[in-house]
Design a protein around this ligand. Sequence first.
Ligand code: NAP
Length: 294
Amino acid sequence: MTEQFELTEGGAVLMDGNRLRDEIVAELNAEITAAGGPEVCLATVLVGDDKPSRIYVRNKQRKAAEAAMLSRHVELGADAGQAEVEQAVGDLARDPGVHGILVQLPLPEGLDADAVLELIPPEKDVDGLTPRSMGRLVRGQRGHVPCTPLGVMRLLDRYGVAVSGRSAVVIGRSTLVGLPQVLLLGRKGVDATPTLAHSRTPGLQEVCRQADIVVAAAGMARLVTADFVKPGAAVIDVGISRTADGIVGDVDFETVQAVAGAVTPMPGGTGPMTIACLLQNTLAAARMLGAFPD
Ligand code: NAP
């Protein structure tokens, strides 16, 4: 029997990231428990006192505990120097008890994030953001995939959105989201035909309206309105803008849900999926390092 999904008021399937995250966390817990509880450890590094970063890190640790994983946390002040941050990350890189390392970005101004990320071995790079992980993704080799675009793929899969042979538009070309998203959608075996849109794309509305799947990762509040959406398309909101009305996504949910076939809520869509994929990557890291049975 086909699973019945919750619908929005406008009739679109609600791609519920909280629900899927909870399913994934429960599966990870079951897998680790069934293996006799070998230690799987995620280390987080927080530099400075950025409030949202602190909340993200706390959520990651909380969900790691629910997944029966250990977490290690290193916190450095806003005045920490490059050498101090590199020392902390280098220590975690060498520590055999740590399987995944997440350096919460952005780092305070003046610090060279690329140099810090370079210190993370590919196996422990559970955020998938180092050049070596990116290179592996481009070449289709085994490695960690950035968590946010991976979470988008998991949502499409879980909610039965057809991807193969479909057209997709990704708005945004960052190495964090947009670029890896295009690679994942266009991968052999996934087989969408993605278009990469950005701030210089002429006629963005028209470009989006041709697509079966729209992934909005621009960081522009309510950029994607109903006029951008082909009837029945899947619309995934990655953007986060902090406005006077609170946190707002790139998608104008109210109007889009009446046209789309499936849509993510914001919050409660891609954010929780980023955490779920981070934890999946951490278990995969423990496997790559021989600390967890295959
Ligand atoms: P970014 O590095 O600032 O990149 C934004 C991209 O969007 C750029 O490529 C930019 O084009 C494009 N863009 C900006 N305004 C546009 C417009 N009006 N029309 C078309 N394209 C436009 O941001 P990011 O790191 O990729 O993050 C994107 C958003 O996702 C942010 O709001 C961020 O907070 C959020 N985010 C969410 C999660 C999650 O878990 N949900 C995770 C990570 C990030 P140009 O290249 O031409 O400048």
